[in-house]
Design a protein around this ligand. Structure first.
Ligand SMILES: [Zn+2]
Length: 222
C-alpha cells in the first residue's frame, strides 16, 4: 500500500468510528436523534450542526477521552431540551457567522452545553451566545402566513416538530430515541443479577446508555 492509501484508510477508519458513535447499533453508539441535533428550525438538515458534533466526537476519540461520553450522557436530557427550545435562535446565530466559523462554533456550543448541564439548571441562550463570543442582539422574527397553501418549508418544519414531540425516550438518560437508526434492548434488572429476558424486564435504550454508561454506574436503577 502506498503512503497515500494508508493515510486515506486512516481517514476513513476515523470517520467510521465517529459515525458509529453518532448512530447505529454498535454498543458505543450514542444514537443521536437527527431531528434534535442535525436539523435546523426549518426542518432542514444542517451540515454545520452535524460536522460540529462530529468534530467534538472526533476530538474526544483522538484524545481517548472516554469520560466525555459519560458527561455527555449526564447532560443529555437537558441539552436536548435546550437544543429543541432554541432551535430557531441557534439557526440565526449560525447564519450570522461566516462559513468557516460555523463548525468550530457549533463544536464550542456542544462542549459548553455538556459542561454547563452536569447539574440541573436553566441555561439561557444568552449564556451560550456570551460564551461563543458573539456580540449584538439576535432577534427572532417570522412572517405569519395567512394563505392556505402548505409550503415545503412548512412541511419540513412540522415534520421535525412532531418527530421530536412524539419520540420515545431512553429511560437511562432521558434523551430522545430514534429506534429506526439506533436502539438497544436493555435488561431493567441486569442479567448479571439474574434479570430475565421477559418483556416486563426489557426496555428500549440508546446503545451507549445500555452498555458504556449504565455499566459504569452500578447504583443506577431506572
Ligand atoms: Zn440514553
Amino acid at each position: 500500500m502506498t503512503t497515500r492509501e494508508t493515510t486515506l484508510l486512516k481517514v476513513l477508519k476515523n470517520a467510521l468510528q465517529v459515525l458509529n458513535r453518532i448512530a447505529g447499533n454498535n454498543p458505543a453508539s450514542l444514537g443521536l436523534h437527527p431531528a434534535v441535533y442535525f436539523y435546523n428550525e426549518k426542518g432542514k438538515y444542517s451540515r454545520f450542526l452535524f460536522l460540529g458534533m462530529a468534530a467534538v466526537i472526533q476530538d474526544k476519540l483522538r484524545n481517548n477521552n472516554a469520560v466525555f461520553f459519560k458527561t455527555f450522557t449526564t447532560a443529555r436530557k437537558q441539552l436536548e431540551q435546550f437544543l429543541i427550545d432554541n432551535k430557531s435562535l441557534i439557526g440565526l446565530i449560525l447564519q450570522n457567522l461566516s462559513k468557516t466559523q460555523r463548525v468550530p462554533k457549533v463544536r464550542d456550543l456542544f462542549e459548553f452545553l455538556v459542561d454547563q448541564l452536569q447539574t440541573p439548571k436553566t441555561l439561557k441562550i444568552e449564556d451560550a451566545i456570551a460564551h461563543l463570543g458573539i456580540r449584538g442582539r439576535i432577534l427572532e422574527a417570522n412572517v405569519i402566513q395567512t394563505t392556505p397553501q402548505i409550503s415545503d418549508d412548512t412541511k419540513s418544519m412540522v415534520y421535525v416538530r412532531q418527530a421530536v414531540t412524539s419520540a420515545l425516550r431512553c429511560p437511562v438518560c432521558g434523551g430522545l430515541l430514534d429506534p429506526s437508526k439506533s436502539v438497544s434492548y436493555d435488561h431493567i434488572d441486569p442479567k448479571r443479577k439474574g434479570g430475565s429476558g421477559d418483556p416486563t424486564n426489557v426496555q428500549l435504550a440508546h446503545p451507549y446508555c445500555n452498555t458504556g454508561y449504565k455499566e459504569s454506574q452500578p447504583g443506577l436503577r431506572l
